[in-house]
Design a protein around this ligand. Sequence first.
Ligand SMILES: C[S@@+](CC[C@H](N)C(=O)[O-])C[C@H]1O[C@@H](n2cnc3c(N)ncnc32)[C@H](O)[C@@H]1O
Length: 354
Amino acid sequence: MQGAPTLAAAPTGPLDEGPHGEGPLDEGPRSAPLDPCRGRPQLARWLRRLSRVFDLDAVRREVPDTAAVAHYYAVNEGSYRRYHSAEGAVHMALNPGGRFDAAGFAGQLLRLEAHWARQPEGPPADVLELAFGQGYNLGYLLPRHEGTRFQGIDLTPAHVALARERLARWTTGASPRLALTQGDFHHLPQGGASIDAVFCIESFCHAMDLPHAMREVARVLRPGGRFTLYDGYLPRSPHGPQGLGADEALAVELVAKGMAIDRLQTMAEMRSAAAAAGLVLQGMVVLDREVMPSLVRLERLTGAFTRWPWFARRALARRPAARSRNVLAGCLMATAVSLGLISYRELVFRKPVP
Ligand SMILES: C[S@@+](CC[C@H](N)C(=O)[O-])C[C@H]1O[C@@H](n2cnc3c(N)ncnc32)[C@H](O)[C@@H]1O
């Protein structure tokens, strides 16, 4: 692949960090932006290529609503399984060794389990996954935690049906410890203070009303309960004094729109929405290095597609727009992360005990 980004080691760059609220912040090793002299021409090259295939202005004008998000996942369900993860993971693998390995799709879950094992109050009795997708995460966790009840909610009917079927197969029939609901995480059916641990992998970015979604999580958590997220965030606001350059802002916007996300969340927004909901940021770990092999793999898959723009345009015209758009994200994510424009992080929020 031409110009596949690699990560430099030293932490640099004006990142929006620092504790907000009480509790020690677990700042893991931070991947640094690439040498900007190499990364920027590469970004410009990708944007030029993509502009020959897509009407980028039209893509930028789109504002995905909830129906568009469900449509995006419904039409891409098969492609995710064919090209991304046959096991049904709809998230990036964590591969600290620098090479893609599908075993890394369980990386976020291993981290989650390590957190649960460290909890003084013991493993959680009730766990809720927001946006369980095709059921990979619950299928992994359910048989490994026999004393825990799991619940999940997801918006896309096609995903809910697939997850129900897969989980029934993996767990040899319906499990009394599992309840899956089709619905929107802005309106959780769970009662107040009924859940010990809520987690969400690469899906809270779809929140149309972040403060409201965060308040829902805070409502269902028991005091002392935790909300763990894995996702790509903007460490810096695209606007403001340390704002992004025009190409950088365009890349970040196209990554979002390519995956039916209106715009990526900034770290500052996450912090303030959580604080307003009464949640305390307890830990933050940067996992850019770990997701890079997945991003480079996606860049290879989608980049080949754009090499011959005329053929690409013809091929894409035959697909629903929502199936072609994620080529934008696939081509740009590795460069955006290696330049430090987007950062993949684990965030852990805690509901304080009164
Ligand atoms: C990138 S996939 C991730 C799926 C899963 N978390 C995983 O790790 O494999 C995003 C998922 O978020 C779901 N989703 C998006 N917006 C949602 C909402 N408001 N409420 C519930 N689920 C939502 C989609 O249906 C999709 O299944």
